[in-house]
Ligand binder design. Structure first.
Ligand code: SF4
Length: 486
């Protein structure tokens, strides 16, 4: 293993260097890479954890909450709800001025070399009060020009700001588009605020849709990569999202991210209070599978807070609260980030080589149903996390055609303060519905036994291996889960 891969391992705290010969065994393979797209597009997405599934194993993003107000109301949103442990769009612990945001970005950049992206994603709409968003980006671009800039918007104000977006080199924009039929939109949007007046009903939905489509087309024409987010709401727009996928593909969207509705009465949203349920993981997967051949799907979104900091799936936001900023280092020195990116480039090339080896191993095998497996990982594309520490499980499907990331399942971790938490274990078992195999770096005897009772085998054999190498070996073994776990 070369020195750069060892240094990367220590930054990600993956523990790979504790065992011998892992990297030499070959493995891994990001789901995307330079062979899959034009060089200029690869250069834009290579280090972006949301636009590249492969990058999300290595790179961090941060959101700064400089956009407090919104120009539309959605039935799934309540920006007043605020809980530091809650991870979902629109939730923040503190709102920032552009100057405060710029100081916070400097502090995070000094402490987190994995940082590659700064985004404005709320808690309101990034383009409703665009001056705060653009001032933040202007300040940050002056001191940290190596960071990619991106923003999220509902699209209502978007056509008015395409020129400013391109002038500021914001080359990633997310538009939330839930419908392409205004009639369906009336069940999601009670009102919009546009041209100094409030619009309701069909007219509100029609205006919003027209503005979204105009904004999407103009951004694509300007060379900006556009991701479309859609909230999947069973019985409201779930079937309709097939038409949304086709429409945004036709207009050149780079990715389509279908997010399950998060609905809970405690959040105080219209859908939460009216009992509208979100989709199950199986329903989401079924829709995603039905969209094969349509606009490319993002499957690794974590529906982050509007003040999230860190790798996707972790949130270090509480380490960088405003009241802590005076005690943190703030430096614009890009050297640690550039060094880190060079290390990642080598590690990803190694992983792609290994992915090819995994594909060669799988290709001659029998054409049987795919196997679905959850893995515990802290990053780097490896099985490198203790089961008890996992707060999310990444889910892969493997068959003779390859290893595919299909999503993640979340639950509070089993180990808390050195003790196992039985109620969390039951929640984990529920979250893993439909999955009978978990790969972890380690697991204690008690939780392993309870999981076995629930029909879930936890396998430690592949600790610290790349995910693709492990899954291809597991599939090639052909053994039933319980046989492997014994
Ligand atoms: S909400 Fe999804 S797209 Fe946005 S930063 Fe989080 S993972 Fe990326």
């Amino acid at each position: 293993m070369n020195q750069r891969v060892i240094a990367l391992d220590s930054l990600l705290n993956t523990g790979v260097t504790k065992r011998k010969g892992c990297a030499a065994s070959g493995c891994g393979g990001a789901a995307d890479g330079p062979d899959d797209m034009a060089p200029e597009v690869w250069a834009k997405v290579r280090d972006h954890p949301c636009y590249s599934e492969g990058a999300h194993h290595y790179f961090a993003r941060m959101h700064v909450a400089v956009a407090p107000a919104c120009n539309i109301q959605c039935h799934y949103c309540n920006r007043k709800y605020d809980c530091a442990n809650e991870s979902r769009p629109g939730v923040v612990s503190e709102r920032l001025t552009p100057e405060q945001a710029a100081r916070k970005v400097l502090a995070v950049a000094a402490a987190v070399p994995q940082l590659s992206v700064l985004g404005v994603a709320g808690p309101g709409d990034a383009l409703h009060d665009f001056t705060r968003t653009f001032e933040t980006f202007t300040l940050v671009a002056r001191t940290l020009p190596d960071l990619k800039l991106c923003l999220s918007t509902n699209g209502l104000a978007l056509p008015d700001h395409v020129a400013a977006i391109t002038a500021l080199n914001i080359d990633h924009v997310t538009i939330t588009i839930n419908v392409v039929d205004p009639e369906v939109g009336t069940r999601i949007y009670p009102w919009i605020f546009f041209r100094n007046r409030r619009w309701t009903g069909l007219e509100a939905s029609r205006i919003l849709l027209e503005r979204q489509m105009e904004g999407l087309e103009r951004l694509v024409a300007a060379g900006v990569l556009v991701k479309v987010n859609s909230v999947m709401i069973p019985g409201v727009n779930d079937e309709h999202l097939k038409a949304v996928n086709a429409a945004v593909k036709q207009r050149g969207a780079f990715l389509h991210n279908i997010m399950p509705l998060i609905s809970d009465p405690a959040h105080g949203t219209h859908f939460g209070l009216s009992g509208q349920r979100g989709p199950t993981p199986a329903e989401l997967k079924e829709l995603q599978d039905a969209l094969a051949g349509g606009a490319s799907l993002m499957r690794h979104c974590r529906q982050c807070r509007a003040d999230a900091v860190g790798l996707l799936g972790e949130d270090r936001g509480q380490e960088f609260r405003l009241d802590q900023l005076s005690a943190t280092t703030q430096t614009a020195d890009p050297a640690p980030r550039l060094e880190y990116r060079a290390m990642v480039a080598e590690a990803r090339a190694d992983r792609r080589r290994a992915a090819k080896a995994a594909a060669v191993r799988l290709a001659p095998l029998a054409d049987v149903l795919p196997r679905r497996v959850a893995v515990c990982t802290k990053g780097g594309g490896r099985i490198n996390q203790h089961f008890g520490h996992a707060r999310e499980f990444q889910v892969y499907e493997v068959d003779r055609t390859g290893v595919r990331f299909i999503g993640h399942r979340r639950a509070d971790n089993y180990c808390g303060g050195g003790f196992g938490q039985d109620e969390n274990l039951e929640a984990i078992i529920a979250a893993l519905a439909g999955i009978d195999t978990v790969l972890a770096a380690k697991i204690g005897a008690c939780p392993r036994s309870r999981l076995a009772e629930a029909g879930i085998a936890v396998i430690q054999t592949y600790a610290h291996e790349y995910i693709e190498t492990s899954l291809s070996a597991l599939f090639a073994s052909g053994l039933a889960p319980q046989a492997l776990a014994s």
